[in-house]
Design a protein around this ligand. Sequence first.
Ligand SMILES: *Cc1c(COP(=O)(O)O)cnc(C)c1O
Length: 482
Amino acid sequence: MSDFKVVYEKSRPGRTGFSLPVTKIGDSAVDNLIPEQFRRKEEPLLPEQSEPELVRHYIELSLRNHHIDRGFYPLGSCTMKYNPKVNDAAAGLPGFANLHPLTGSENCQGALELMYELADLLARITGFNRATVQPVAGAQCELMGLLLIRAAMKKRGNVRKKILIPDSAHGTNPASVILSGYQVAQFKSTENSMISADHIREVMDEDTAGIMITNPNTLGLFESEIEEIAKIVHDAGGLLYMDGANLNALLGQARPADMGFDIVHYNLHKTMSTPHGGGGPGAGALGITDELIPFLPTPVVEKRGDEYYLDYDRPDSIGRMHSFYGNFGIMVRAYTYIRHLGAVGLKRVSENAVLNANYLKERLKGTYELPNDRICQHEFVLSGNLQKKKGARTSDIAKRLLDYGIHAPTIYFPLIIPEAIMIEPTETESKDMLDYFVDTMLKIDEEISSDAEMVKGAPYTTPVRRLDEVKATKTLDVNYQD
Ligand SMILES: *Cc1c(COP(=O)(O)O)cnc(C)c1O
């Protein structure tokens, strides 16, 4: 960043230094109301820039990064789909954008109605009667879901200690379990990277409060024994949590409630096309069974007749999980997306997401190792084993893709696949783009065959070349100035 700043300062004409042109210190009547010793002695250093300069500055910054509006972003498990601009237009409507968070409910009926309806739509998509949209990330959904399980167990008078998690799970799952005060009981996936009901029968016991399952799992495979697994866990008095961070394969196709889950979370910033990457803001929905409704975090948006209100009076609630009501601007975007597509459109999202993933898988599997050669859902996992033997690793392939204007897939996850390359194209890419990606992956494989050292030096065309990741982690410096 500091490097960029120097270049930028030198290369830009018309910079006049800093000054504050309008009100001079001492001019204002207000100054006299403030005791002398607290008054500013010097004028503040505020940059003086014209609007075009400012726009160019941000456009230039944005071009130094890879993002979904700039290029393909097949980051498995993260669903980097296109963020429709109409969502932003809706969120920018003054009635939404200028709303003060402490506005009385009589003056923000529209906003409350939107939150109520959004939660209702999201609940119905997953097959539940109730959902909350208070969480601001998938990981926060997980923590909230686990606290709901804890509250339900306490109410049943049945305190338990452990939560079962497969070895293919997203890293946030065990982290959330620990945060919620439970212990992680990790179990192994089968050779086909699936969960076996027989195995669950062995590991499920009286001390286990529940199980967290990602479905389709992190290899993009649907857990075909899920109904039986649900029965085993329920019969033993446990609850089932579905990590549906990415619901892109299921929209309009299958409902987690019907599979036997008690809780499902999914990320609006993945499935519902709201922006993410670079730290948010996110939003997650949590769909739950009726048993868990009393424990929902407050405030809950409720409806009495035609009137919407915020209900804080819920004695069994797990309490508040976030300041105010969650990320409202993101809710408006997700609502716009859902209403824009409708039930038929959402179903087509899943059909195309799954079709695109299978298309890529079939075209790539001859050149890259495919550990599970089955029809996949919205994503699939390759292994860079063959390329590693030729002298370049998965991380090198990831870096080289940047030279061709493509963001890397997710790599080295899930942990159970060596040299993993996890690819999720989403439904919003054209066939031309999918073909360009495949052609590039095939080309990189050829490059590795002929000159692995060259690939190991990538990227060559980005503003910043390959970073020393160990140093970046050990001596983290996030200051933009020297
Ligand atoms: C993205 C993701 C999460 C975490 O979501 P955040 O919003 O990043 O906290 C959890 N599980 C899976 C499977 C995911 O893909």
